[in-house]
Design a protein around this ligand. Structure first.
Ligand code: LMR
Length: 442
């Protein structure tokens, strides 16, 4: 039996302390937020220590008693419950301060690719220790343990903590990054409005949880579809976190667009730059071939088949997800994980001179006349500090303007469907029959 000690978090929330309370209150259908307000705190003493033990037989850590009280434990897993002092070891002395990264849908396919990339150091660098906070549904609890076991067995030096849990208020505690992947897929016969509502509720709740317990400057990347509107819902429910910190993943679309242009031009895809995806992560998205470059030359000068650019290319990017589902029988997972890595790296490393990247961001103050108060994919640059600025001088011609307006209209319609989740009153949902599709729904 190995024993380990964990320090109590600075802000101690009562719901961290008793799983039996959580079960009882969830039967009463109280949201986590209300649970937080209603449950009386368990007695804690300042600077009290929390112990957790790792049983040799069961692998999973168990709560232990200290001073006659059942002490809380974070849901640390196995070897990750051990404590360590990074400053005490020669090899780790120069490492940066540990960062906490939450991943929802942690037992899913995308996460199964992503988590190992995060843990390897490929994303945040070889001197950045990380803690992974894995959020899943109650149904996926066993699978979450399986994921944690595989992370244990991978012996990643930079992976210092793994917690698993099903309560966003617990898992998001102090996180600096939140990668929100978990969402319900659209089931057979399900109205798109119903999907927006079901997933919207998940992201409203997670926004509230981030607002309550995450680091105040947490960066949030929403992957679960419909990701733009989910990101909007999330940010509206997290008023204490800057709206600028929320992103919807359109990097996969950017990567797909680069690949198609490279294929047509007969060059390797690293020669394609300045690729913007405008708008929604849906079949109305606009891959911008007007401003993209191949070997530094405008795409339209390299690829003279402009009909293909306007029709074939655009549609191939818009519908790539659907084609992939036809081939695979399921949604993209590995390439989505890679694009999440790319999206994060674009924020934590300086953007190469003259280039930019696409990400879905809050539109307030945008110079392109796109309606305010949406999450819309646009060209951005970063100094590598986790923040970004919009690229403000990208040319927009009539073709682009018309296409962008369609995607904007779609997002405005989606926004009306979720007004009840963004605090804007009663929802009214009237989505067009054709264009309101996820890439995977074609
Ligand atoms: C993708 O672009 O591959 C996914 O968003 C498709 C989907 O609908 O899951």
């Amino acid at each position: 039996m190995a024993m380990a000690e964990l320090s109590t978090p600075k802000t101690t929330s009562p719901f961290l302390h008793s799983s039996s309370r959580l079960r009882l209150s969830s039967k009463l259908h109280l949201s986590n937020h209300f649970r937080h307000l209603l449950l009386p705190p368990l007695p804690t003493t300042p600077n009290s220590r929390i112990s957790c033990s790792v049983s040799q037989n069961s692998q999973a850590p168990v709560a232990v008693q200290e001073n006659g009280l059942v002490k809380t434990k974070k849901e640390c897993y196995g070897v990750f419950c051990l404590t360590y002092d990074l400053k005490a070891e020669e090899e780790t002395k120069s490492w940066k301060k540990l960062i906490r990264i939450a991943v929802s849908g942690a037992a899913g396919m995308i996460s199964n690719h992503l988590l190992f990339k995060l843990a390897s150091g490929e994303v945040f660098g070889p001197d950045q220790p990380i803690a992974l906070k894995l959020l899943g549904s109650e149904r996926s609890r066993q699978a979450l343990e399986g994921v944690a076991m595989e992370l244990e067995d991978s012996l990643f030096p930079l992976l210092r903590e793994v917690d698993i849990g099903t309560d966003a208020y617990e898992v998001f505690q102090d996180v600096e990054w939140a990668l929100l992947i978990g969402a319900k897929p659209r089931g057979p016969g399900m109205e798109r409005a119903a999907l927006l509502d079901i997933n919207g509720q998940i992201f409203a709740e997670q926004g509230k949880a981030l607002n309550a317990v995450a680091s105040p400057n947490v960066k949030v990347l929403v992957v679960g579809n419909p990701c733009n509107t989910n990101a909007l819902i999330c940010l509206k429910n997290a008023p204490n976190i800057p709206a600028k910190n929320f992103h919807a993943l359109t990097r996969l679309d950017e990567n797909r667009a680069k690949c198609q242009l490279a294929l047509k031009a007969g060059v390797f895809y690293d020669k394609v730059s300045n690729m913007t995806i405008w708008g929604n992560h849906s079949t109305t998205q606009v891959p911008d071939f007007l401003n993209a470059r191949i070997n530094g030359v405008p795409v339209k000068e390299v690829i003279t088949d402009h009909k293909w650019l306007e029709e074939g290319f655009t549609e191939s990017v818009q519908k790539r997800g659907g084609l992939l589902i036809q081939k695979w029988g399921r949604s993209s997972a590995a390439s989505t994980a890679v694009s999440i890595v790319d999206a994060i790296k674009s924020l934590v490393t300086p953007t190469p001179e003259g280039d930019w990247f696409s990400t879905g961001v809050y539109t307030n103050g945008n110079p392109y006349g796109i309606a305010e108060d949406l999450v819309f994919s646009m060209p951005c640059r970063s100094k590598g500090d986790g923040d970004y600025e919009l690229v403000k001088d990208v040319e927009i011609d009539d073709y682009l303007r018309n296409r962008i307006a369609k995607s904007e209209a779609e997002l405005l319609a989606e926004k009306k469907c979720v007004a009840h989740l963004t605090g804007e009153g009663i929802a009214y949902c009237d989505l067009g029959p054709v264009d309101t599709m996820l890439p995977g729904e074609v």
